[in-house]
Design a protein around this ligand. Structure first.
Ligand SMILES: [Zn+2]
Length: 285
């Protein structure tokens, strides 16, 4: 795969990187096609020509990866988010801003990196949308989660959006802003996309990796945090969250995990002629 196609192709292979005393692994589950003009309704045709044209797949969609971040420390392991689950929804059956929505690969990805789902002790959700909890909560689908020993964590505001009947028998806990939930991993409240949206900050070896969930869906937003996202629950809060996160990402020693950024899910904030941009990373240094 060439470098160019990585920007408009879902990340379909697990990728493990060393991060201080931790290892972090991208675990792909699938992808969703986002119609750029409907997902970001304030954008114009010109916004999707030039540099940003390279973010669109051959059908004209942003190719958003879906998956989970595995964080390992010693013999302990947790996930941030849990994919979409074993479902394949054709474009005709998805919402207007979406094309095809496909999941199913997460267990195979875990297997490929030699981790038993039963060994995952915690799954921390950025928010409770279906493309983030599919293999964990599985409401109403008759699927048994493979994460039989995991505690499921989200903010109180996020749990409030999911009635107890939809949680099934899951062991759940709430996370508060600033709380350490796993060695080196701290919750950071980033409301906007949803009211209880939470990012997770891994600090290890003197560096920080921010798993920012759906604060950003595409690298194009780094230069335009003011663009409204059609599905953001709190549009102004989401703009504020994007601006605050950009300031965080600009700090020295800070990298990020961007679950929806095609095949460039690990990276850091860069600059191109004074404009913020995404700089993919193959290793953290
Ligand atoms: Zn999402």
């Amino acid at each position: 795969m060439t470098t160019a196609t990585r920007w408009n192709t879902p990340a379909t292979a697990p990728r493990t990187l060393r991060f201080g005393e931790h290892t972090v692994t991208w675990l792909p589950d699938g992808y969703v096609q986002l119609d750029p003009r409907r997902w970001l309704p304030g954008t114009t045709e010109e916004d999707w020509t030039g540099e940003n044209a390279g973010l669109l797949d051959p059908e004209g969609f942003l190719a958003a990866s879906i998956g989970a971040l595995l964080i390992r420390h010693g013999d302990r392991a947790m996930l941030v988010d849990a994919g979409f689950g074993p479902r394949d929804v054709p474009a005709a059956d998805t919402r207007p801003a979406l094309g095809a929505l496909v999941g199913g690969q997460l267990p195979a990805a875990l297997d490929a990196v030699g981790v038993d789902p039963a060994a995952i002790e915690l799954i921390a959700f950025s928010h409770l949308h279906g493309d983030h909890f599919g293999w964990a909560l599985c409401p109403g689908r008759g699927l048994v989660s493979p994460f039989v020993n995991a505690v499921f964590a989200a903010s109180a505001a996020e749990w409030a959006t999911l009635p107890p009947s939809k949680r099934g028998p899951a062991r759940i806990r709430t996370v508060a802003d600033g709380e350490e939930i796993f060695p080196g991993v701290t919750a950071r409240s980033t409301p906007g996309h949803t009211a209880g949206h939470t990012s997770y900050v891994l600090t290890s070896g003197g560096r920080r990796l921010i798993a920012f969930g759906d604060v950003f869906h595409t690298p194009a937003q780094l230069a335009r945090p003011d663009w409204r996202v059609a599905v953001d629950a709190l549009p102004e809060g989401a703009v504020a969250a994007r601006r605050a996160l950009l300031a965080e990402l600009a700090r020295p020693g800070t990298s990020a995990f961007a679950n929806h950024f095609s095949d460039v899910v690990f990276g850091r904030l860069g600059e191109n002629a004074g404009t913020p941009c995404w700089e993919p990373l193959e290793e953290f240094y």
